[in-house]
Write a new protein. Structure first.
Length: 171
């Protein structure tokens, strides 16, 4: 059994949070992984808005940017839901740097970015606390602790078996 403070568990929960929000919003990453600590787990893209694929191909750039911000902050929010201390996982800062870059598409005003990120954090929390979605996080984390890597096809299959439906558009 994996303990809550175990770095592998923390990493798996973090990556699973990304996976559930990707599925919910229709964002298609390459994979989820607990390997390769330096590069991060769910994506290694230099230009996320161009490199990520979206299931809904009609999304406008603003919707894509908001979706990606939500994906980036989902790892941290999943870990925080488990009540693990923030400093037990080093990727929070990288994820927020990436989120901030995506927000730059929408505004250059730092105060507006803070408000936007706060609103999107709240939306991610609300999505993750839904009972079935949190079970999805736990199931993905369990699979990641066993296998260390899940392709997007495997991730999506696990979540679809749990009857979790994507939303595709954000408000």
């Amino acid at each position: 059994m994996i303990k809550k403070k175990d770095p592998i568990f923390v990493r798996a929960i973090h990556e699973a949070g990304h996976g559930v929000i990707c599925h919910y919003l229709g964002v298609i990453p390459k994979q989820l992984t607990t390997e390769n600590e330096k590069d991060g787990g769910f994506s290694k893209f230099k230009n996320p808005l161009n490199d990520f694929k979206f299931e809904n191909t009609t999304l406008q750039i603003e919707e894509k940017a908001k979706s990606l911000v939500m994906v980036y902050i989902a790892g941290r929010e999943a870990v925080l839901k488990t009540e693990i201390e923030k400093n037990t996982h080093e990727n929070f800062e990288f994820d927020y740097v990436q989120a901030n870059e995506c927000l730059s598409i929408l505004t250059s005003n730092e105060e507006e970015k803070k408000v936007l990120i706060g609103n999107l954090e709240q939306e991610v929390r609300e999505i993750l606390i839904e009972k079935d979605r949190w079970r999805g996080v736990e199931k993905l984390a369990e699979e990641l602790t066993k296998n260390k890597i899940l392709t997007w096809i495997e991730t999506k299959a696990i979540l679809q078996q749990m009857l979790l439906r994507p939303r595709f558009r954000i408000s």
